[in-house]
Write a protein that binds this ligand. Structure first.
Ligand code: ATP
Length: 483
């Protein structure tokens, strides 16, 4: 099988791979690196933990070594932790180049970041929101000459929804040159291929893992059918068993809200499990500290929301527990992909309540694999049921007393002030952006309706019996909510 040298990488870069323990290119690297070196746009869809990051870092460093200038490359990624992780790979592999990188993410000082950007680093790794803020508020840097635009977790960046990046991406895409190489990577790329291919300016090279099952073979995927009311007792039981049966262990538990994340963390700590939380309501410094202590095994359990579901590469994680069944199969794929990485074994256990059966079926349909039941001694769970529920209730009361929700607002305002932003101005800007988006949406609907009417009238003119007046047919349609 070809080594890194056969892919067209210089000897210094091949040596860096060797020193980093990358002996043989993974399939996605074998596929994408030559195409990127040829100058093609690239869409890489490979399983979690299969080396997609190095698949774009290596060819970019190769090209940078041939034409060193700044700003050479812009990498966009959905979360702050991922930005730091990608920057680390650039730094380690690009060390002989004297690589200058710059991380632009929220929660950190804007003035310091603006200063770094003005020094024209070779590579900028950013979350879209903060980079767009810099583009709107200062002209001390330019991304007009970048050679590479990378979108890591591209389908997440382009996802429309409550936390979408659309408005910020529009600002960024307007500032980058049309003449560039666009590299898009994710483990769940194919769902949004149409939008992604629109981003690539020339015939992009598309590489997809050829495997019927969407998750990695080394991953043992289980489910546990539990009544909603006793779910936490099962969780404690699973963790206790895992701790008893393993010397060296570490678990990531995913849940769906910041509040549940906080409560579960408090509850598990009451049972003396070394636990730390990671969610978007924490201050940035707390988030980094939590992740660092989990990575160094000071804490054995990381309880996280989906802010940590994508991309995080923590080799020690043996088990992923889904405290809630993910609503989307692709969220499941990314969550369980935090274990069984780079060829290692791993296990994923999903707690399924009576309300989630359909979600499990959707997941099995998407990953093309059946989850197996995880065996549990119910009698052992019943023994701790009351104690767990009492402790959980105590934690909920403690959190309510600490005004967790109100804190959310206060934290947000404090954070903005720390970042040199005016919270009221920010709120006004957000309201204006929401209005623009609503106007765009209404405009698109009007255009759609006009096109439908024109199509209908063209059909009528071709001699078919005229249809009932549109108003009449609309009255049969379900009541239209406000646009
Ligand atoms: N050629 C290689 N040989 C061995 N290990 C590798 C190789 N390439 C990357 N790795 C390692 O594999 C792990 C996973 O890589 P990476 O985080 O890039 O995966 P990914 O495909 O981006 O995963 P995800 O979809 O979860 O983001 C990392 O620890 C990385 O150092």
């Amino acid at each position: 099988m070809a080594g890194f040298a056969e892919l067209g990488l210089s000897s210094w870069l091949v040596e860096q791979c060797r020193q980093m323990g990358l002996k043989q290119p993974t399939p996605v690297q074998l596929g994408c690196i030559p195409a990127i070196l040829e100058g093609r746009d690239c869409l890489g869809c490979a399983k979690t933990g299969s080396g997609k990051t190095a698949a774009f870092v290596l060819p970019i460093l190769q090209k940078l070594s041939e034409d060193p200038y700044g700003i050479f490359c812009l990498v966009l990624t959905p979360t702050r932790e991922l930005a730091y992780q990608i920057a680390e790979q650039f730094r380690v592999l690009g060390k002989p180049l004297g690589l200058k990188d710059c991380i632009i993410v929220g929660g950190m000082d804007m003035v310091a970041q603006a200063l770094e950007l003005s020094r024209k680093p070779h590579v900028v790794i950013a979350t879209p929101g903060r980079l767009a803020d810099h583009l709107r508020s200062s002209n001390t840097f330019s991304i007009k000459k970048i050679r590479f635009l990378v979108m890591d977790e591209a389908d997440r960046l382009l996802e429309q929804g409550c936390t979408d990046f659309t408005v910020d991406l529009e600002v960024i895409l307007a500032a980058v040159p049309a003449r560039r190489q666009t590299l898009l990577f994710s483990a769940t790329l194919t769902d949004t291929l149409r939008e992604l291919q629109g981003l690539a300016t020339n015939q992009p090279f598309f590489w997809e893992a050829q495997a019927p099952v969407r998750t990695v073979e080394q991953l043992d995927q289980r489910y546990l059918l539990v009544p909603e009311k006793v779910k936490d007792a099962y969780l404690v039981h699973l963790i206790q068993n895992f701790q008893d049966e393993h010397e060296d262990w570490s678990i990531i538990i995913f849940t769906n809200t910041c509040k549940t994340c906080q409560i579960l963390c408090m509850m598990l700590r009451k049972f003396n499990f070394p636990t730390v939380a990671l969610h978007s309501m924490m201050k940035q410094k707390e988030r980094f500290a939590a992740l660092a202590k989990f990575k160094s095994s000071i804490y054995r359990i990381l309880i996280a929301t989906d802010v940590a579901s994508r991309g995080l590469d923590i080799p020690t994680v043996q088990v992923v527990i889904n405290h809630n069944t993910p609503g989307l199969p692709k969220i499941y794929i990314h969550r369980v992909g935090r274990t069984a990485r780079a060829g290692r074994q791993g296990q994923a256990i999903t707690l399924v309540t009576q309300y989630d059966i359909h979600l499990v079926h959707a997941i099995e349909e998407q990953i093309k694999k059946k989850l197996e039941e995880f065996p549990v001694e119910e009698a052992q769970v019943l023994q701790i049921l009351t104690q767990v529920n009492v402790v959980r209730r105590e934690c909920e009361i403690k959190l309510e007393a600490a005004n967790f929700d109100e804190k959310k607002e206060i934290n947000k305002r404090k954070q903005m002030i720390l970042e040199g932003k005016d919270p009221d101005l920010e709120a006004k800007r957000k309201a204006e952006l929401a209005k623009i988006k609503q106007k765009n949406r209404r405009f698109k609907e009007k255009v759609e309706q006009t096109l439908q009417r024109q199509k209908a009238s063209r059909t009528d003119r071709r001699g078919r019996p005229p249809r009932a007046r549109p108003e009449a047919s609309l009255s049969l349609a379900p009541a239209q909510g406000p646009a």
